[in-house]
Design a binder for this molecule. Structure first.
Ligand SMILES: *[C@@H]1O[C@H](CO)[C@@H](O)[C@H](O)[C@H]1NC(C)=O
Ligand SMILES: *[C@@H]1O[C@H](CO)[C@@H](O)[C@H](O)[C@H]1NC(C)=O
Ligand SMILES: *[C@@H]1O[C@H](CO)[C@@H](O)[C@H](O)[C@H]1NC(C)=O
Length: 361
């Protein structure tokens, strides 16, 4: 009788403990992947901070080459399969190969149909599709971790019943992982990039927080015309170039504002494209230097890197000692041009060759 009594009391305690432990391990698992998903509970289990982010060592930036061996999966749109429930057959998309001869805008979101992505991200691109295509963009790609069928349905649900935007799956988030731009353990991050004939001309990752359509489009819009000045404040020539670029950039944005306000009766006025001026005091990376040398020609290696005789030598010397880099160097990643030094007429010529904005009004 006594033994049974003890047993009857112990069983519920064991069961409760098991349930609690099970609950704990589920929550713990969720928290370890998405610590910012439940800010009240997760810190109690020792999981703080944002989703696990890899160091951005491999993150992409202007001047980098789009990596080799990148593959996505998608269901090509066909008219006969335009209803959301029809499936289609997923195909591989060899991004590294396709991007080599195209101008591509790629934007990634943590998931199809997730509220903030659908509300604020995709519609911005849909709304501005004409403007984007008007800039000579061949493909716009929406990327996420979902499978190709979900991505395809997401596109159709948003009224994209053509191939103006390709909805693709970063299967196993292989690509996003390789560049360190992920959310949690299994989601693609929220990022955008512009790739021109295999070269990155813009790449931005949004760490945490929501991105409004305006921010994204503003960034994107600006992104199409980025000019980077590799600057060193202690070099007088570099300061001259900095002043020049700042002046021109300010003038250009004034002109753009006037143009938007006024009617189109001042067409003979000197028009300049607004561009994003990116000033960096870091020397170029090896990959960026390779790109700059491609733009300028290997014979100019010595103007870019102290004592360099050719491209290979320049990259080697720069790698051994970043101080061998000779600022200022001004680079237009979008149109593949670079100017070493402070020759004003060369720099102005480069800026004059930026494509003129066309108002789509
Ligand atoms: C993608 O294309 C490149 C270039 O043609 C090729 O070398 C590579 O093997 C392709 N990748 C796959 C997975 O087919
Ligand atoms: C400017 O360019 C450098 C070098 O490419 C890059 O690391 C940096 O993120 C850029 N900054 C902005 C604001 O675009
Ligand atoms: C600047 O570059 C132009 C065109 O390359 C050249 O004709 C001119 O002599 C250069 N000016 C200076 C001061 O080096």
């Amino acid at each position: 009788m006594g033994k049974l009594f003890v047993l009857l009391n112990i069983i519920p305690i064991i069961l409760t403990a098991l349930v609690l432990f099970n609950y704990y391990s589920v929550i713990d698992g969720v928290c370890s992947r998405y610590p910012d998903e439940n800010p009240k509970i997760c810190p109690l289990l020792g999981h703080t901070g944002h989703s696990i982010e890899k160091p951005e060592m491999t993150a992409l930036k202007a001047g980098d080459s789009f990596p080799e061996g990148i593959e996505f999966n998608y269901v090509p749109y066909t008219e006969e399969k335009d209803s959301i429930t029809s499936c289609g057959i997923p195909q591989k998309y060899n991004a590294s190969k396709e991007f080599a001869d195209k101008k591509v805008v790629l934007f990634a979101v943590p998931g199809a149909f997730t509220p903030s992505c659908s509300v604020s991200h995709l519609p911005g691109y849909i709304k501005n599709l004409d403007e984007i295509k008007g800039k000579g963009v061949d493909s716009v790609i929406a990327l996420s971790m979902n499978d190709p069928w979900v991505m395809s349905a997401w596109g159709k649900a948003n009224g994209i019943k053509n191939d103006n935007i390709l909805f693709m799956s970063d299967s196993g988030i292989a690509f996003s992982k390789s560049i360190g731009w992920t959310r949690g353990a299994d989601r693609t991050g929220r990022y955008a990039m512009v790739i021109d004939h295999g070269k990155i001309v813009y790449a931005e990752n949004e760490p945490g927080g929501d991105v409004t359509t305006e921010t994204t489009m503003f960034r994107f819009h600006k992104a199409l015309d980025v000019i980077t000045l590799f600057h060193k404040p202690s070099v007088p020539a570099s300061l001259r170039v900095l002043t020049l670029l700042k002046q021109v950039s300010a003038q250009a944005s004034e002109t753009a504002t006037e143009d938007q306000a006024a009617d189109h009766s001042h067409q003979n006025k000197l028009q300049r494209t607004e561009f994003e001026l990116n000033i960096t005091e870091d020397p170029p990376t090896g990959d960026q230097m390779r790109t700059i040398l491609e733009y300028m020609g290997a014979r100019h290696a010595g103007r870019l890197v102290e004592g360099a005789t050719d491209s290979g030598d320049a990259i080697k010397k720069l790698g051994e000692n970043p101080k061998t880099f000779r600022p200022p160097v001004t680079v237009d990643w979008n149109n593949g041009r670079a100017v070493a030094g402070d020759n004003e007429s060369e720099i102005m010529k480069m800026i004059a060759q930026l494509p003129i904005e066309t108002n789509s009004v």
